[in-house]
Design a protein around this ligand. Structure first.
Ligand code: NAP
Length: 247
């Protein structure tokens, strides 16, 4: 079977680690990125150098028509996806007084709307009702969905709460169409998202309150994503794995 994985936001961080690990497991990988073409191409190069197959495709996941284009381009290059990893996400730091319409629009447009657009396109291609062979969707949520992230970013936490609810509902909606839908909830992980969100040293600050006393590595999240995507998780749908050092 042609194993094809589309990973949104795979130019760095958790998405890039998932792309490399997936290629090692024989997936052909679509490395989506937004603005950092050079980093996306480095991920592709790392995969192809090791004998794997990957392409980089630019698309703003918060833009519905761009998502449609991403799936079209990916299908033309590699065939229909068997796995979608809804990974692209952003956060902005600041308590309720700093949350305004523009910030809410940015966070929800990508973290929630984008995840829905991608899931819809994947279902169309995977559904056995539409002539597909089934497949798997793995949403990258966050433990923030359970903790609420007071004084940091309750809007981001709420967006991940929406992703969790979507995971549960979509899992039930498409279970009869050969599609499993699950989610991974990372804790605090060493990636650039914290710097992009306004607090570069966040992992070190928060690590002290993690029961395991350290931040996680992107590869540790990738391992859970790949397990949920795999046949070993064939009876899991609507399931969540927290990879958070006990947080
Ligand atoms: P990251 O290092 O900041 O990487 C973000 C990725 O998303 C980049 O590849 C970026 O592409 C892409 N991206 C940003 N905006 C996009 C858009 N509009 N359209 C398409 N791609 C876009 O983030 P990360 O830490 O790996 O996070 C990955 C996921 O894990 C996110 O959903 C995040 O919420 C979740 N998560 C992370 C942590 C953590 O501590 N790191 C914890 C819990 C959950 P460009 O480089 O091209 O801009």
């Amino acid at each position: 079977m042609n194993k094809v994985m589309i990973i949104t936001g795979a130019s760095r961080g958790i998405g890039a680690a998932t792309a490399v690990a997936a290629a090692n497991q024989g997936y052909r990988v679509c490395v989506n990125y937004h603005s950092d073409r050079i980093s996306a191409e480095k991920v592709v190069h790392q995969i192809t150098e090791s004998g794997g197959s990957a392409i980089a495709i630019q698309a703003d996941i918060s833009d519905e028509s761009a998502v449609v284009g991403l799936f079209k381009q990916s299908c033309e290059a590699m065939g229909p996806p068997t796995v979608l990893v809804n990974n692209a996400g952003i956060l902005e730091t600041g308590s309720i007084s700093s949350i305004n319409s523009a910030r809410l629009q940015r966070v929800f447009a990508l973290n929630v709307f984008g995840a829905f657009y991608c899931a819809r396109e994947a279902v169309k291609l995977m559904s056995t009702d539409c002539g597909g062979v089934g497949g798997s969707i793995v949403n990258v949520s966050s433990v923030a969905a359970k903790m609420g992230s007071p004084d940091e970013y309750i809007d981001y936490a709420a967006s991940k709460g929406a992703v969790d609810t979507m995971t549960i509902g979509l899992a039930k909606e498409v279970a009869g169409q050969g599609i499993r839908v699950n989610a991974v909830r990372p804790g605090v992980i060493h990636t650039d998202i914290h710097a992009s969100g306004g607090e570069p040293d966040r992992v070190n600050r928060v690590s002290k309150s993690v029961p395991m006393k350290r931040g996680g590595e992107p590869e540790e999240i990738a391992a859970a994503i790949l397990w949920l995507a795999s046949d070993e998780a064939a009876y899991c749908t609507g399931s969540f794995i927290d990879v958070s050092g006990g947080r």
